[in-house]
Design a protein around this ligand. Structure first.
Ligand SMILES: *[C@@H]1O[C@H](CO)[C@@H](O)[C@H](O)[C@H]1NC(C)=O
Ligand SMILES: *[C@@H]1O[C@H](CO)[C@@H](O)[C@H](O)[C@H]1NC(C)=O
Ligand SMILES: *[C@@H]1O[C@H](CO)[C@@H](O)[C@H](O)[C@H]1NC(C)=O
Ligand SMILES: *[C@@H]1O[C@H](CO)[C@@H](O)[C@H](O)[C@H]1NC(C)=O
Ligand SMILES: *[C@@H]1O[C@H](CO)[C@@H](O)[C@H](O)[C@H]1NC(C)=O
Ligand SMILES: *[C@@H]1O[C@H](CO)[C@@H](O)[C@H](O)[C@H]1NC(C)=O
Length: 400
């Protein structure tokens, strides 16, 4: 039957394309703006609000930048960092507007959707920017909730990569009562209640009953990522949990928290070793984040868990569900549970892993070849992936 190999070939080909597309990082807003020192404040705030990663992840986008003087006006309003994030996300248009298109808008006026609207932070239908061609070749910009006023004008184009990203300068920050409205900080958010509602009640209840909860709360404002095992998984684990000492129980719970905000986009692009809330000097309590395409996995020395869902992903707090309890080597070393053979997975691009021989173990029981160097940076294994991808592709064509 001709159909099956052809389909397999097509699937492999698209997987390879997908990988190559991801690898040829299309744009980097931080690098683009770094060429223009008069936008350093704007650039800085894109980074610390994590909007830069969001911009890099998307295609067909326009960034309306303001210079350092324009940013001082915004900063003088003393908004919280969450407010600044909302205001800046109103300056990121989810369409491509180069200088030419701005001056040739159909009917002379348009409403552009923005990232403020897309994140769901904007109330109702607000979060649009009105772009209007004015007299004498000027192009005006205003937030839709600004009473029809267009206080900013197009100044110049900074970089255009049609139709991926356009970076333009506008004359001032777009005032918007909605974007500037006080946003509740995450400390007002009951994150254990949120976890409980979204399928992680057992884990949330253990946390609420433990000292560990304070450590999670202390990190809420500065950035926190929690990997929550779902209820079925936790129930099966309870006999082992009960067997731990009090200190062991606390460490196990802390091991599921990371003291920095890691959005899904960041987890997908930053593979490597990650410290946890349980990390304390010689007690490493770390694990390795690794992604296969879209699937993010967390590997301890004992188990490999998959991220199965997102409960909340909003700077500075990310809550994800995982399909296994993360077992730290520090607590479960020498545990008699043999690592079960991984189930074959036909539907994920893991061919390179399934075909590789098991990792040789050092006397310490650690894999000798860790993909992470001592300073925590990650060696890029893309070359191997490309090689495997190409040989799969060639194989597919031979079969077809
Ligand atoms: C635009 O983005 C796509 C996908 O990321 C990429 O393949 C293409 O090379 C980019 N175009 C330019 C001109 O950089
Ligand atoms: C983007 O560029 C900045 C500045 O050049 C660099 O620090 C950062 O690592 C780059 N990000 C990515 C995802 O390549
Ligand atoms: C432009 O105006 C015409 C007539 O008012 C209208 O039919 C059309 O939908 C408008 N086009 C856009 C893109 O708004
Ligand atoms: C944009 O604002 C101008 C000026 O207030 C208004 O005339 C125009 O209708 C608005 N455009 C859209 C698409 O709402
Ligand atoms: C969070 O919600 C839980 C359950 O609804 C409640 O028991 C707990 O007191 C709440 N915590 C805070 C800090 O409000
Ligand atoms: C609890 O610990 C004891 C002693 O270390 C061990 O024999 C037993 O198998 C453990 N039970 C579970 C459920 O892990």
């Amino acid at each position: 039957m001709q159909l099956v190999p052809a389909t397999t070939g097509a699937v492999l080909f698209s997987l390879l394309l997908l990988f190559l597309t991801c690898a040829t990082d299309a744009h980097n807003i931080s690098r683009i703006l770094a060429k223009h020192p008069e936008f350093s404040t704007f650039n800085h705030y894109l980074t610390i609000t994590h909007l830069a990663a969001e911009i890099n992840r998307r295609e067909t986008i326009t960034v309306c930048a303001v210079n350092n003087a324009g940013m001082s006006d915004l900063l003088s309003k003393h908004l919280s960092i969450f407010g600044i994030k909302n205001v800046l996300s109103l300056h990121i248009l989810l369409d491509y507007f180069g200088a030419k298109k701005l001056h040739q808008i159909t009917n002379g006026t348009a409403l552009a959707a923005t990232m403020f609207q897309a994140t769901g932070s904007a109330p109702g239908s607000s979060g649009f920017v009105n772009i209007t061609d004015l007299k004498a070749g000027k192009v005006g910009f205003g937030a839709e909730d600004n009473g029809g006023k267009l206080p900013a004008v197009f100044v110049k184009s900074l970089e255009e990569i049609p139709y991926n990203i356009s970076v333009i300068q506008i004359s001032q920050i777009l005032p918007s009562a909605e974007a500037e409205a006080p946003t509740p900080g995450p400390s007002q958010l009951n994150f254990t209640a949120l976890m409980a509602k979204k399928g992680c009640k057992v884990f949330a209840d253990l946390l609420s009953a433990s000292d560990a909860e304070n450590t999670f709360e202390d990190n809420l404002n500065g950035g926190l990522t929690v990997f929550c095992p779902t209820d079925g998984v936790m129930k099966d684990f309870m006999p082992k949990y009960k067997n731990l000492t009090a200190a062991g129980k606390t460490s196990l719970l802390l091991y599921h928290g990371v003291p920095v905000y890691q959005s899904m986009a960041m987890l997908k692009s930053n593979n490597g070793l990650m410290n946890t809330l349980a990390t304390d000097g010689a007690n490493k309590y770390d694990f390795t984040v690794q992604n296969d395409g879209e699937q993010v996995t967390l590997k301890t020395k004992i188990v490999t868990a998959k991220i199965t869902g997102t409960i909340l992903d909003e700077m500075p707090l990310a809550l994800f569900t995982v399909d296994k309890v993360l077992l730290p080597r520090e607590l479960f070393k020498g545990s008699p549970t043999p690592a079960p053979a991984p189930a074959p997975e036909a539907d994920s691009p893991k061919a390179e892993k399934d075909s590789s021989p098991p990792e040789p173990l050092t006397p310490d029981g650690e894999p000798a070849d860790q993909a992470v160097s001592d300073n925590g940076s990650v060696r890029f294994n893309g070359g191997i992936f490309v090689a495997v991808g190409l040989s799969l592709l060639l194989g597919a064509f031979v079969v077809v």
